[in-house]
Design a protein around this ligand. Sequence first.
Ligand code: TIU
Length: 239
Amino acid sequence: MATMQIQAEPYPFELAPESTALLMIDMQRDFVEPGGFGEMLGNDVSLLRSTIEPCQRVLEAARRAGLTVIHTREGHRPDLACAPPAKLKRGGLEVGIGDKGPMGRVLVRGEYGHDIIPELYPAAGEPVVDKPGKGAFHETDLHLILRNRDIRTLIVCGVTTEVCVHTTVREANDRGYECLVLSDCVGSYFPEFQRVALEMIKAQGGIFGWVTHSDHALEVLSRIRAPDEAALATGAGGA
Ligand code: TIU
């Protein structure tokens, strides 16, 4: 399997395209648009919106390169049976998880606010993993999906850096995956948390991952030919 390298910290990130997935974490209206869960927690959602454009570029490049693309959404069943009581209670919010907000019931599957923003909407065939927690592996079939596709490395985008991105990257690391987090494609409501969260990932020799700017990933992704294209070029993919 031919490998490629993306310039990253603390050292270059090695990947083989066929065993690499792009993981888009929780780019949902509830986190990045006004009127959702993020705002109900007292946050300024505009801080997250700077991730949308770089995420669009990476998503397009990953699709062109033929990488597996997987999206996640944090949220709960309409009957809230998968929402831990502690999570429902947390924050003592006037309008909280399951309650009616401007974009429908907050963090409830099937509601307008729970869905992924149109700019980054999943394409047909791209798995969407609904997760009840912060980590994308907790009580989901993500690990099974990745193993079935022989995925071993993850390029990670999404929100928020110190919450769902961190939790997911830590879970992935413990399961043997190598994660590259794109610094401009992950966002936090708190600039200080953004900075420190990225530092934590790559500290101690890459204690649970690598960090780089999307420009470095895009440069490498642009050199990957999707399997269909490669087959056509060698004449192996004829009708
Ligand atoms: N509040 C916050 O920063 N994040 C979350 O609740 N979920 C995710 O990070 N997706």
